[in-house]
Design a protein around this ligand. Structure first.
Ligand code: IMP
Length: 201
């Protein structure tokens, strides 16, 4: 691999970027927006396809190791929504707050004030845009969503997501605490081991 110390993260989500910087302290993390790379429309039908597409687009411009992250919240009681549409649940250009309120309304329509849910994260790391052997890692965080929102930390659905066994929402947890148990934290630990294995081969 060429420059193994820099990773371009294919996201414009500042919340995700902070988490990558925290979880990958041995790498120089660059956001794709700082290189003028704009995200393409997500066309995949799976988190994996979208993540691979994001990584390839970032690599085509940067020529550097590029990491795609596609993640989302799945609520089985809502037919697995918001799922792939997590970032655009309320509407195409929705803010995190609009998405949270929309989710709250969808739960209330079913007269639910909480429901089982889980977060998924699929990471794909490519060395070239035509990399035939991308490194792939997935992470899952089980818990529930509640219509009451607590805490202002994190991003997205964090204030309404309670990890299994926790009285605190992700929005009430510190960044380090969330990183230890989150879907993204778990996927990154797996990816790190793969990168290290690859580098030593
Ligand atoms: P993506 O940028 O297409 O992967 O969209 C991911 C969306 O899923 C985000 O905009 C959030 O709404 C949600 N999401 C993913 N990971 C998290 C998380 O760690 N906390 C809260 N919301 C998340």
């Amino acid at each position: 691999m060429a420059d193994q110390s820099t990773i371009v993260v294919a996201t414009n989500n500042p919340g995700k970027l902070k988490e990558f910087a925290l979880l990958l302290p041995n790498y120089k993390i660059i956001s794709q927006s700082s290189l003028g790379i704009t995200p393409e429309e997500e066309l995949g039908e799976t988190f994996f396809e979208n993540s691979l597409q994001k990584a390839r687009v970032a690599n085509a411009t940067s020529g550097k190791l590029s990491l795609g992250d596609d993640s989302g919240l799945i609520v089985p009681a809502l037919n697995n929504l918001p799922g792939l549409r997590s970032a655009r649940y309320a509407h195409e250009c929705a803010t995190d707050e609009e998405n949270r309120l929309f989710l709250k309304q969808e739960l209330e329509k079913l007269e639910l004030n909480h429901a089982k849910a889980y977060f998924v994260c699929v990471l794909v790391l490519v060395k070239t845009s035509a990399d035939p052997f991308p490194l792939i890692a997935t992470g899952l965080l089980e818990g529930s969503v509640k219509t009451t929102m607590t805490g202002t930390n994190g991003f997205g659905y964090d204030p309404m997501f309670y990890p299994k066994g926790s009285d605190l929402s992700l929005g009430e947890m510190g960044a380090d605490e969330k990183a230890l148990l989150s879907h993204r934290g778990k996927a990154i630990q797996i990816l790190k081991r793969k990168i290290e294995g690859f580098a030593s081969e």
